[in-house]
Ligand binder design. Structure first.
Ligand code: COA
Length: 535
């Protein structure tokens, strides 16, 4: 492997301007994150704490091994929606290490509308379970929730990937040998009662945790019986009479220590062996990344300069350096973990697809996880390219991405547009993780292009009908589309709707990628399905 030579001049005007631009993006990002990490409104937080309950993120901190990081997913889910009344969609999810074992942790935030579930809460919960399934991880559910947010029931209850899917996933995960542990630290009503009931082992906190299918008001309305929550389904009842819970905890701290104790009983499973080396800092400082990302999206950000700030020692063994140069492929280590990198360096051509396909096969055989650094406007368009079979070759890459037998990790560093999104392991291709950098954008095409396409269609239609084209009307339509794409193409719009696993700062990428690969080792990678074809 060789060290990538960097050609960045940190004193140049371009670097300074890019840096100033990206620093504004980062400042806004940190402001939004700070606000969201506070959870629900101050009065709800005070009420929660007055009950001697820990906050969701405090509970997670106490559960995981001291000094280990927590890879939080989709912190900004539901951001910009519901008049900001659902920070983090009322649920904290992510991967933490418990007794050395990567674990999916799902914790309701009861300070957010009683921990109830809107559409994004469900999506986030189910996404976390998908991560558990793909990587064969145990799950801990910290339950403190009023269940479905009742006014929005139509968006959270009836469909396949709605509330019921949580319990289906629990059953499937348990059957696959992924332990399901519930800690009932608050309310757990109606369908929510199935989370502890479906778990392999359940802990419940005295005077805080309750589990019932129908709460006291419902019981009274249905049968006339008057009963307190504790009598109906408190910790005493469930650990002595009903058997719905297995462990009685005095308080949150005690419950968390019981959960850690349960983890001590797990036996090690099969893992994927990787050539892990001592981690090494890149030769070039990752803090320079904001000055390297082009402020003007029309200018190509040099992927070598990014790779040089992500990989150990800034080293890279490039594959086919001289061929199809708009796609950069090669091997490196990131924080000691081996990785195959596929990075965009311009539009995709037929030969870039062949190069990418060949490289993915190498990763499949060597069992090396693939990191996609996505900054792509799409495939090259035009008669000569189409006539030469652009779609035929593009399809090879899309096949290879879909069928890769090694974990895929996608980072959208710039733009993610059109079929380029598919070829570079967009969400539909089930990468193990997909994160976006703030300032990155995602949509079917750029706003300008979409506005122009629709304007052209309208002009053609009008002329075909023999009418005169009203240019003001066309311009108004263009502006409307531009505005819509501006809003909907933002990373914040995406992350709010769970189209990704979260927005990360460029400087956090090394840590995130290494945690993602470490997590993926919990399931041995499949064997490749065919030999390496030279494309
Ligand atoms: N749907 C919609 N909103 C709900 C809700 C639900 N299921 N449960 C609670 N909320 C809202 C409350 O209206 C309140 O909103 P506000 O802050 O705008 O006033 C907020 O969540 C907090 O509720 P509150 O009752 O003040 O908090 P609490 O901590 O004392 O109690 C619960 C929380 C969840 C135990 C209690 O609200 C409750 O029992 N809710 C009903 C649960 C239920 O029957 N769910 C069935 C769903 S299938």
């Amino acid at each position: 492997m060789y060290t990538i030579p960097s050609h960045i001049d940190t004193n140049s005007q371009e670097f300074t301007e890019n840096l100033a631009h990206y620093n504004k993006i980062l400042a806004k990002h940190r402001m939004i994150m700070d606000q969201v990490m506070k959870g629900g409104p101050p009065q709800a937080v005070r009420k929660h704490q007055s009950r001697s309950k820990l906050l969701a993120r405090e509970r997670i901190d106490l559960l995981i091994d001291p000094g280990t990081p927590f890879l939080e997913l989709s912190t900004l889910a539901a951001n910009g929606q519901y008049k900001e009344s659902f920070p983090s969609a009322g649920i904290v999810t992510g991967i933490g290490v418990i007794h050395g074992k990567e674990t999916v942790i799902i914790a309701n935030d009861a300070t957010v509308k009683g921990g109830t579930y809107v559409k994004e809460t469900i999506r986030k919960h189910i996404r976390a379970q998908e991560v558990a399934m793909q990587n064969q991880l145990p799950c801990v559910y910290m339950v403190d929730s009023g269940g479905v947010f009742l006014p929005n029931q139509a968006e959270v209850f009836p469909d396949r990937d709605d509330f019921g899917r949580i319990f289906y996933n629990q059953a499937r995960l348990s059957a696959q040998g992924c332990p399901q542990i519930a800690i009932v630290m608050g309310s757990c009503t109606a369908g929510g009662a199935y989370i502890p009931a479906m778990s392999d082992e359940t802990i419940i906190v005295r005077n805080q945790g309750t589990i019932f299918i129908g709460g006291p008001p419902l019981v009274r309305a249905a049968t006339g019986e008057i009963v307190t929550p504790e009598e109906l389904g408190g910790a005493e009842v469930h650990t002595t009479k009903s058997g719905v819970a297995d462990h009685f905890a005095e308080n949150d701290q005690h419950a968390l220590s019981i959960c850690r104790s349960i983890f001590e009983t797990f036996q090690p499973g099969k893992r994927q062996n990787l050539d892990i080396r001592p981690p090494e800092e890149p030769l070039y400082d990752p803090a320079e990344l904001p000055g390297i990302i082009q402020a003007d999206q029309k200018k190509q950000t040099n992927p070598y300069e990014i790779i040089a700030r992500l990989t150990d020692g800034s080293r890279f063994h490039e594959f086919k350096a001289r061929y199809a140069t708009t796609l950069v492929t090669g091997f490196s280590h990131i924080m000691g973990y081996p990785v195959g990198i596929i990075a965009n360096n311009g539009v995709l051509f037929a030969e870039s697809s062949l190069k990418g396909t060949h490289f993915i096969q190498l990763c499949n055989f060597r069992k090396i996880p693939i990191l996609f650094l996505q900054n792509i406007t799409g495939f090259m368009v035009g008669k000569s390219y189409e006539n030469a079979g652009l779609a035929r070759d593009g399809a090879k890459l899309v096949h290879a991405v879909a069928n890769a037998n090694v974990p895929k990790i996608t980072i959208i560093t710039g733009g993610s547009y059109g079929a380029g999104n598919y070829a570079m392991a967009g969400r539909a291709f089930e990468p193990h993780f997909l994160f976006m950098w703030p300032g990155s954008r995602i949509s079917v095409m750029g706003g300008q292009q979409a506005a122009n396409v629709l304007a052209q269609v309208k002009i053609d239609q009008t002329q075909l009908a023999g009418h005169e084209v009203d240019l003001d009307e066309i311009e108004a339509m263009r502006q409307e589309i531009l505005q819509k794409y501006e809003t909907e193409g933002s990373a914040y719009y995406s992350t709010s709707r769970l189209w990704d696993d979260g927005i990360i700062e460029p400087m956090q990428t090394r840590q995130v990628v290494s945690m993602a690969i470490a997590t993926s080792q919990n399931k041995p990678y499949d064997d490749p399905k065919s030999g390496v074809y030279r494309m």
